[in-house]
Design a protein around this ligand. Structure first.
Ligand code: FAD
Length: 463
């Protein structure tokens, strides 16, 4: 491609302690954590609300937060869920007995309530938020591995924002990649890309007459009759998020590369077509759905996999199956390895079914694994962290920790670590991790490990 050299003078903002790009669960919890510790924080979000996939992406359910015995997910995420519960903003029938205890239970929420709760929490924490603003460039010293500032764009034009520390919570590791940190890309560094989905919000569902198993059987029959544009057997289906309102996690968009604008555009259009087809199927066939109304598809396309960093620690499948816990773990989790079928072949369907129904391929009740601090630190970088979907893990464990509660725990840890680093002068990889864990505990994180260590766990010590 020919090049156009963009040269222009732009205004320089005041210097922040911490700039966070992306206001999904990772970025928002990072901002709240840092704000509560007294840091001057700027949170930059491209859309007009916080929550990321959970709000703009209409992915209106939290993955399981408990393991059948206890609530693994603590800290700010736990607080947010309890606020939603107290304000009547969780889905019908959701209560602490369920979300704080039971194994393999999703927690649907009302999307408007979640947006408002996150607004409340960032305001209370003194975070400065800029909506409708995109981080578009990064000024970094690649030899010193330090980020100096980012360029943002909004209605007021371009602005250079300097800061002492940065968190990349864009989901796609955009800040890290622009800075020059090493990243892995699905489809480039791996043979497959997990499919995307365009989620929808539906109204008019009579839950008293809806039966999930019956619906799945009918869906298979309709597929066999050739009623759908693609033969996608993996129906994720409906979740109640209101008295007659449902979230539709439906229609896989296969081989979509979320790092290509054309794929995103075509995927959004195909996603809307597939959603319309599914709504038609529900209306025609499924008891309780006759009066279903398709309220809207999401404004953010649901991306499961794109780019992630190579971190100081890359969490791997053997860590997961060993139920490994770490002295510097910043969160505990229990989710199964959730790799949606890569295509519509029988082979992929069988692989997916095996993984979902084989208890040996998932953690059981009462079990958990730890997420070590090093997954948040791009290797060697001094003042840069990530939080959320772009954290460092192999493809399999990425399929576990990419979800909202885990992203939120990583966010709280990244925000806390950034503030500690600024105050101690120690770079990201060298902060005192014992102190980090103690601070996280003081702020509600569930980190029961007794063998604390002042240095982080590095990949080098893998046995
Ligand atoms: C279809 C689908 C279904 C899912 N189902 C579930 C589920 O049931 N339960 C669950 O817990 N998880 C689920 N997940 C996973 C989960 O929603 C996401 O992986 C999680 O939200 C990731 O959090 P994050 O903070 O890393 O990024 P995101 O939630 O993606 O947020 C990133 C934010 O950054 C903003 N942003 C990006 N680039 C820029 C930029 N350059 N400048 C400014 N802002 C920027 C975006 O607008 C967005 O708000 C699902 C995901 C998908 C795609």
């Amino acid at each position: 491609m020919n090049k156009y050299r963009l040269v222009r003078d732009i205004d320089i903002d005041t210097t922040y302690d911490l700039v966070i790009a992306g206001g999904g669960p990772g970025g928002t919890m990072a901002a709240i954590a840092a704000g509560r510790l007294g840091a001057k924080v700027l949170l930059i979000e491209g859309t007009g609300c916080l929550g990321g996939m959970g709000t703009s992406g209409l992915v209106t359910a939290f993955d399981p937060m408990a393991n059948g015995e206890e609530m693994l997910v603590g800290g700010i995420m736990r607080e947010a869920v309890y606020r939603l519960y107290e304000q009547g903003e969780l889905g019908p029938g959701q209560c602490p007995e369920r979300f704080a205890k039971r194994y393999m239970r999703w927690t649907p929420f009302r999307v408007e309530g979640y947006k408002r709760v996150l607004d409340e929490m960032v305001i209370e924490a003194g975070v400065e938020v800029r909506f409708f603003t995109r981080m578009i460039d990064v000024d970094a010293d690649t030899s010193a591995k330090r980020v100096n500032g980012v360029v943002v764009h909004n209605i007021e034009g371009y602005r250079y924002v300097p800061a002492h520390a940065f968190i990349d919570a864009t989901g796609d590791a955009i800040l890290s990649d622009l800075a020059g940190a090493e990243c892995r890309e699905a489809g480039r560094d791996t043979p497959h890309i997990m499919p995307a989905t365009m989620a929808s919000l539906l109204a008019g569902v009579d839950w008293t007459r809806y039966n999930r198993e019956q619906c799945h059987a009918m869906y298979q029959e309709a597929l066999d009759r050739g009623e759908f544009e693609q033969y996608d057997r993996h129906l994720v289906g409906l979740s109640p998020v209101g008295d007659d309102v449902s979230y539709l996690n439906g229609g896989h968009l296969f081989n979509l590369n979320a790092l290509r604008c054309r794929d995103l555009t075509e995927g959004a259009m195909l996603g809307r077509r597939l959603a319309k087809e599914m709504v038609g199927f529900y209306r025609r066939n499924v008891p309780g759905c006759e009066k279903m109304e398709h309220v809207t598809t999401a404004s953010l396309l649901g991306i499961r996999e794109s780019r992630r960093i190579v971190g100081a620690y890359e969490l791997k499948e053997d860590d997961y199956f060993a139920r490994r816990h770490f002295p510097d773990q910043i969160g505990l989790f229990n989710k199964f390895i959730d790799i949606h079928p890569y295509d519509t072949s029988d082979q992929e369907w069988d692989r997916f079914q095996q993984e979902h129904h084989n208890p040996k391929l998932r953690l059981g009740e009462g079990e958990s694994f730890g997420i070590p601090y090093g997954v948040l630190v791009p290797q060697g970088w001094k003042n840069l962290w990530v939080a959320g979907r772009c954290a460092s893990a192999d493809v399999r464990v990425h399929g576990v920790i990419r979800v909202q509660p885990a992203a939120a725990m990583m966010g709280q840890a990244a925000g806390t670590a950034a503030v500690q680093s600024i105050r101690s002068g120690q770079p990201a990889e060298d902060i005192d991790t014992e102190k980090l864990i103690q601070t996280l505990r003081e702020h509600g994180a569930n980190l029961p490990q007794s063998d604390l260590s002042s240095t982080m766990t590095r990949d080098l010590v893998r046995s």
